[in-house]
Design a protein around this ligand. Structure first.
Ligand SMILES: Cc1cc2nc3c(=O)[nH]c(=O)nc-3n(C[C@H](O)[C@H](O)[C@H](O)COP(=O)(O)O)c2cc1C
Length: 455
């Protein structure tokens, strides 16, 4: 039987998600400060039987490009405005019934007790539909909002994040699944013998516990990860159950998929239980030329400088220091090495200048654009799934919420007709939707990264 795909919707709680053109798009109704806007998107995706709605997040207004704060705000680039996705998702738990809800939270600037409590709470309120996208953050500007002048070194951020998740898992385990008694007659609320302090003392954290939230429906949130550097992929291989990827090249997507799955096996985990979601931005028309017109109109609205402002934030490197029509310099960056590696590979293959890359970044952070009729877009997704590139797709909207509606009304029925996507939810929790087994509460042991030196 043909493999069925998983589907997720990409969002940021602000005017810009991936597409910097979306808020200017004539078909967009980006009321990003209103609850109804996010509830509408969530209900559209739930009607489309999507696995989950994903919220990315950054913790500072961009300011790396030209060391300037004003231009990002003037242009409204990614991160200029960003509501706290935890709050937005909390309001979506009541507006939806089955849709999974994923929130990005930094393991570099938050603390394990705070985060473990927030996700256990939301997993209860949502009836077991939560996921946590664990990031190590991108920029010094974020650190400066949390009392740090400098940002921890890239790999050291991951070391801290290893301990962060070890503590969070210990906190989620601190209430055994059947500790709650709630016997009003006898007045026994819980079996205290089944609730445990964790007494963690580590290099980065000291946490006594227990958590003051009982074991949640999924036992813990589904763990998502997005970092694509070698260190990031090892982190995903140890912890992640879903991985978000941005990669415009099909060859690189295949290589990433194979590499990640083998790293997962190196941790003694089942590679089928780690789902890879490359991002895709659909442009759907009644005819292929109508779809191309939609794509052209969208891309026309994307300005290269806005893209370079966001790329400078993601990489924490000031690209304003180079002539805009020069090629991408061969440098290493302190922020997301994975996102920069994608840009480097693209620009060297296609001989692109900074302006060209800025344009692609403003169009959608280099997310591939699928252009065609609903049937042609379904073909492209099927081909990518069957070519060992993906287990599912992170759908990114060129205009919002309309692009999600078009996809749900036109492409989803086509995928269902071809038996490549679910006709209905078969369970209640996000783990059910993703086909994950019961949550393991004991993470695999840390490994000295001897098996993946530099690949
Ligand atoms: C596809 C993708 C999406 C990401 N989304 C976010 C995000 O929403 N917020 C964030 O702080 N970092 C984000 N990151 C950065 C990483 O999650 C990561 O924590 C860090 O920056 C290091 O990334 P690296 O392993 O690619 O070097 C993203 C990275 C990638 C590749």
């Amino acid at each position: 039987m043909n493999k069925k795909m998983h589907l997720a919707g990409f969002q940021i709680a602000g005017p810009v998600a991936h597409s910097h053109a979306a808020w200017r798009h004539p078909e967009s109704q980006v009321q990003y400060l209103s609850l109804q806007y996010y509830q509408t998107i969530a209900r559209i995706l739930e009607r489309g039987k999507f696995d989950f709605l994903f919220f990315a997040d950054v913790l500072a207004t961009p300011r790396r490009y030209g060391n300037d704060l004003k231009d990002p705000i003037r242009r409204g680039t990614q991160g200029a405005v960003g509501l706290d996705p935890t709050m937005v998702v909390a309001s979506l738990t009541g507006a939806t019934d089955k849709l999974g809800l994923a929130v990005t939270k930094s393991a570099t600037y938050y603390t394990p007790f705070d985060i473990a409590r927030a996700f256990a709470t939301l997993d209860h309120l949502s009836g077991g539909r939560m996921a946590w996208n664990v990031v190590t953050s991108l920029s010094q500007a974020e650190g400066q909002n949390f009392g740090h002048d400098e940002m921890l070194d890239h790999d050291q951020r991951y070391e801290r994040a290893e301990e962060f998740l070890e503590v969070a898992f210990a906190l989620w385990r601190s209430w055994e699944a059947d500790a709650l008694i709630e016997d009003a007659g006898s007045g026994v609320f819980a079996d205290a013998a089944r609730v445990h302090a964790i007494e963690h003392v580590g290099e980065y954290f000291k946490v006594r516990g227990p958590l003051n939230v009982p074991r949640s429906p999924q036992q813990r949130p589904v763990i998502i990860q997005a970092g694509a550097s070698p260190r990031g992929k090892d982190y995903a291989a140890r912890w992640a159950e879903a991985v978000f990827e941005i990669e415009p090249s099909a060859d690189n997507r295949r290589a990433y998929y194979a590499d990640l799955k083998s790293r997962v096996e190196n941790f003694g985990r089942d590679p089928d239980l780690v789902k890879v979601f490359p991002a895709m931005m659909p442009f759907i028309g009644q005819t292929a030329s109508e779809a191309r017109d939609k794509q052209a109109m969208h891309n026309e609205l994307a300005d290269p400088v806005s893209g370079l402002i966001t790329m400078s934030m993601h990489t924490d490197h000031d690209f304003a220091q180079y002539p805009i029509d020069s090629p991408i310099a061969d440098i290493s960056v302190p922020g997301s090495q994975g996102l920069f590696a994608t840009v480097r590979s693209l620009s060297s293959k296609q001989d692109l200048t900074l302006r060209d890359v800025g344009k692609l970044y403003a169009q959608g952070i280099t997310v591939p654009q699928l252009v065609g009729t609903a049937s042609e877009v379904a073909d492209m997704l099927e081909h990518s799934l069957d070519s060992g590139e993906a287990d599912g797709f992170m759908i990114s909207a060129a205009h919002s919420p309309g692009a999600f509606t078009e996809f749900v009304d036109q492409v989803v029925p086509e995928l269902q007709r071809r038996k490549r996507f679910r006709e209905d939810y078969s369970g209640h929790t996000l783990r059910d939707h993703l086909g994950l087994n019961k949550a393991s509460m004991q993470p695999p042991a840390r490994r000295s990264l001897r098996f993946s030196p530099a690949c």
